[in-house]
Design a protein around this ligand. Structure first.
Ligand SMILES: *[C@@H]1O[C@H](CO)[C@@H](O)[C@H](O)[C@H]1NC(C)=O
Ligand SMILES: *[C@@H]1O[C@H](CO)[C@@H](O)[C@H](O)[C@H]1NC(C)=O
Ligand SMILES: *[C@@H]1O[C@H](CO)[C@@H](O)[C@H](O)[C@H]1NC(C)=O
Ligand SMILES: *[C@@H]1O[C@H](CO)[C@@H](O)[C@H](O)[C@H]1NC(C)=O
Ligand SMILES: *[C@@H]1O[C@H](CO)[C@@H](O)[C@H](O)[C@H]1NC(C)=O
Length: 260
């Protein structure tokens, strides 16, 4: 008997059966998709207790105990988008939204003791297609235009968080700007010659997806009517600098040398 307890203690201390609470599994998912958080239990036993909690408040969202399921008041947060597998206790969230990002904690109490699992769920927003316009400062300055004269463009995206915005010439990266943890608009300039026949594209991407806008130089450089969706380059940069100084966001600006 004493030997048995010793073995059990060894397992507990080494974390084989005991509380292994510090492991956090990272899960990334696109807004609108479904995600399943696995208990790694193949078959729940009658006396097993499975409890799912969400957020810093550790709000109880779902439980299985004595084979009966309880969804608490999780419908206030999740509506009817939670499903609990009655064999495994795994939790599925359907049509997930940004507000469902956060820490999910799983508590399993069974005859081997108590164990925890944590899942750090990051929900990434669907991305808007970037917009390319001719810079308003460029519009106001240039009156006469020679074939070799330049056109200054701005590629912009609105209301983005945790994304990079990049200019590509063919497949090579020309310039890039990144922002995290902030719901802002991002703009990135590009200077081209009117007669340039290379293919340029502006790409916005987060870790899971991207959106591309191809540049039609003829079209964009002839148009000056559109309102600037953002601001001049200096204004963009100063906004980003302010954001960084305030410490609201980590902002990285990387502008690669543009080779003609
Ligand atoms: C478990 O769920 C399946 C389908 O989701 C259902 O057919 C089955 O009756 C459920 N079993 C119990 C014991 O609730
Ligand atoms: C969850 O993931 C986010 C982004 O990946 C990270 O910033 C955060 O620190 C993580 N939280 C925990 C508790 O691991
Ligand atoms: C950007 O976000 C603001 C506030 O969150 C909202 O009022 C506005 O409609 C959004 N714009 C776009 C283009 O999504
Ligand atoms: C955009 O996403 C597609 C498919 O997910 C991928 O093949 C492509 O390389 C991505 N492009 C960029 C520039 O990240
Ligand atoms: C580029 O824009 C011009 C002027 O609007 C148009 O005539 C031309 O068809 C466009 N080219 C492509 C490849 O879309």
């Amino acid at each position: 008997m004493i030997f048995f307890y010793f073995i059990k203690w060894v397992f507990c201390v080494s974390g084989v059966f005991g509380v292994d609470g510090d492991e956090v599994k990272s899960v990334s998912v696109m807004e609108g998709d479904s995600v399943t958080l696995h208990t790694d239990i193949t078959q729940i036993q009658r006396d097993d207790q499975i409890l799912w909690m969400f957020g810093t408040q550790e709000t109880r969202i779902a439980e299985i105990y004595k084979k009966s399921m309880d969804m608490f008041d999780s419908n206030e947060i999740f509506g009817d988008r939670l499903n609990l597998d009655n064999q495994t206790g795994s939790l599925t969230i359907t049509n997930i939204n940004i507000a469902n990002s956060g820490l999910y904690k799983l508590l399993i109490i069974n005859n081997r003791g108590t164990s925890y699992k944590r899942f750090n769920v990051t929900v990434y927003a669907l991305l808007p297609v970037p917009v390319i316009i001719r810079s308003s400062s460029d519009c106001s300055s240039s009156s006469e235009r020679s074939p070799s004269s330049k056109c200054v463009l701005l590629c912009s995206v609105l209301n983005v968080t945790d994304v990079s915005l990049s200019w590509y010439k063919g497949n090579s990266l020309l310039s890039s700007i990144s922002v995290s943890d902030l719901n802002i608009r991002l703009s990135l300039p590009l200077e081209v010659e009117y007669q340039d026949t290379n293919t340029y594209s502006c790409v916005v991407n987060n870790p899971l997806t991207n959106q591309t806008q191809h540049l039609n130089i003829t079209h964009v450089c002839q148009t000056c009517s559109g309102r600037t969706p953002c601001c001049s380059l200096t204004e963009t940069v100063s906004r980003l600098v302010i954001a960084a100084v305030v410490g609201v966001a980590a902002v990285t600006v990387v502008v690669y040398e543009l080779r003609s």
